[in-house]
Each structure stands twice: as C-alpha cells, then as structure tokens.
Design a protein around this ligand. Structure first.
Ligand code: C2E
Ligand code: CA
Ligand code: CA
Ligand code: CA
Length: 282
C-alpha cells in the first residue's frame, strides 16, 4: 500500500512537473511576446441607435505569433491568467487603448469612449485603481473617455470588495460596464448595488433573437429593467438587420457586432468613425 501510495505521489509529482514546465514555456513565450511587440489591439465600433452616432469602441487583444501564427484571445488569455502575466499584458492593453484614443482625440474625436476588458486578477490586485489613474494621467486622457468591462463572474468572485473597488473607479470618472450579461448568475437586483453605468447583453442572446421567443423575451426584459435602473444597454454580437430592428424597437441604446463592423486595426477604425454619417445604417 505504501509503495502504491508513493507511486501515486510520484505520478502526481511528475504531472505537476509537466504542468509547471508547460506554464513556464507558455509564460516565457508570452513574455517574449510583449518584448517583441507581437501583441496588438483591434477596435470594434459601437453605434448609438437613437443618435445614429458612433459613441465608443471596444479594444480587443490580438496575438500574431511569429512561430504559431494568429492565436485567438480565447486561447491565450486563459494562459496569461494562469501564469499571472495577464497583469502585465492587461496594463499594456490599458495603456495602448488610452494612447490610441488620445491620438484620435487629436484628430477631433472627443466624444468617444474606449472599452477595455479587465480580467479577475487585475481587479483583485489592490492597486488597480491607482494603475488606471496613473495611466490616464501619463497619457493625459480624460477619464470619461475610458470604460472598463468586467464580467459577472469577475464581480461574483470577490463580491465584498467589488462594490468598493468599483466605487473608486467611478470616483476617478471612469465608466463601468458589465460584460456578457445574462451568462452568469448575478441578477439585476444585485447589480443595482454596484456603481455601474452599462450592461452588455451577451451575444448568446442576440444570435437567435429574431427566431427564439425566449431570447427575445430575455433581451427585452433586460433592456427594460436596465433602463429602470438608469443603466445604458449595449447589445453585442449583432449580425443582422433584423436584430437591429428588434433592438431599435425595444429601445436598446447601442449595438456592437459584425453588422456594424468587424474589429478593425486602429487606423482603419479611425477612418470608419470619421467617414460615418448618421442615418447611413438605415
Ligand atoms: P468579449 O469581451 O465578449 O468580446 C467580444 C467578442 O465577440 C470578440 O471576440 C469579438 O471579436 C466578437 N464579436 C464581435 N462582434 C461579433 C459578432 O457580430 N458575432 C460574433 N459571433 N462575434 C462577434 P475576440 O476578439 O475573439 O475576444 C474574445 C474574448 O477574449 C473577449 O470576449 C474577451 O473576453 C477576451 N479578451 C479580448 N481582449 C481582451 C483583453 O485585452 N483583456 C482581457 N482580459 N480579455 C480580452
Ligand atoms: Ca458606451
Ligand atoms: Ca468585452
Ligand atoms: Ca462580451
């Protein structure tokens, strides 16, 4: 029994060793990535339906690896989270997104926000509000031009601290959005207690909106309830004209998705916004 136990232990140990080595390779690769400049951001515009105006963009991370080609964020962000490198990468994303918006501001785009995705590790670190405030000050970007996107699970993971943390962002003047709304377990009643400004309805509800009465009911209910709480509502993953019509009829504030535009390189996104004319979408 002792030998078997020991064998089990060694097997576990070996397995751990492999895991540790793999992580080291991945984080090594990811670390080099930051140095080599293999990461870049793309930007996806958001359209305010009532005004017909582009009011914001979401910054989305891309890794173009010399060795492995284009790697989707759904693959490398979980790795970056496991290795802790998401802290460095996340700060790079924040800085790069703010720098881009500052450049666009100099092209006359002042009435625009950039939304940046925040991972749980970033929110958990005690000094994240200071990091955000320092980046904004360094770049001299008005805080009102930045929105942080947090998922429900990120907030639920540390519910006690979430409210206080979020309050410090609001005091900075930064907007706060709940991402992927509807996929977690939080209710609008819970969110009511958090100082958030925007809800992003997950694309899982939008995809079948015009065919599935349940998704339609959920979407229209979320819009109505969010409005009664004074929150702004963005629908993400909007791909068709029919979806836009539904969302417009149900007073959704903003849409984001392939229907409007795919995520674009910074220069292309700037051109897209500058060429946009209200009414063009109708
Ligand atoms: P997300 O925050 O929900 O971002 C929206 C995702 O939906 C993006 O995928 C975007 O390209 C995609 N999308 C946009 N419009 C449409 C549409 O009409 N139809 C469909 N089917 N998809 C659409 P992407 O860029 O692959 O990003 C995947 C996820 O990776 C993001 O989901 C986010 O959770 C994470 N992510 C991306 N960039 C960052 C980052 O800088 N930091 C962190 N922590 N996470 C990030
Ligand atoms: Ca917005
Ligand atoms: Ca997002
Ligand atoms: Ca989302």
């Amino acid at each position: 029994a002792k030998a078997a136990g020991r064998r089990t232990f060694m097997r576990y140990d070996d397995a751990m060793d492999v895991v540790v080595r793999q992580r080291a390779t991945i984080s090594g690769a990811l670390r080099k990535v930051l140095d080599r400049g293999e990461l870049h951001l793309v930007f996806q515009p958001q359209l305010a339906l009532a005004e017909g105006r582009i009011t914001g963009v979401e910054a989305l991370l891309r890794w173009n690896s010399d060795e492995h080609g284009e790697i989707p964020p759904s693959d490398f962000i979980p790795m970056a989270e496991e290795s802790g490198l998401i802290l460095e990468i996340g700060e790079w994303v924040l800085r790069e997104a703010c720098l881009t918006l500052q450049r666009w501001r100099q092209h006359g785009l002042t009435d625009l926000t950039v939304s940046v995705n925040v991972s749980v590790l970033q929110l958990l670190r005690g000094d994240f509000p200071e990091v955000v405030s320092r980046v904004l000050a360094d770049i001299d970007l008005p805080p009102s031009m930045l929105e942080l996107e947090l998922t429900e699970s990120v907030l639920m993971a540390n519910a006690e601290h979430a409210a206080a943390k979020l309050q410090s962002f609001r005091e900075l003047g930064v907007s706060l959005a709940i991402d992927d709304f509807g996929t977690g377990y939080s209710s609008l009643a819970y969110l009511k207690r958090l100082p958030i400004t925007t809800i992003k309805i997950d694309k899982a509800f939008i995809g079948d909106l015009t065919h599935d009465p349940e998704d339609a009911a959920i979407t229209s209910t979320v819009i109505t309830m969010a409005h009664s709480l004074g929150l702004n509502v963005v629908a993400e993953g909007v791909e068709t004209e029919a979806q836009v019509r539904f969302l417009r009829d149900h007073r959704c504030d903003e849409v984001q998705g392939f229907w409007l535009s795919r995520p674009l390189e910074a220069h292309a996104c700037l051109a897209f916004i500058r060429n946009w004319r209200p009414g063009r979408e109708q």
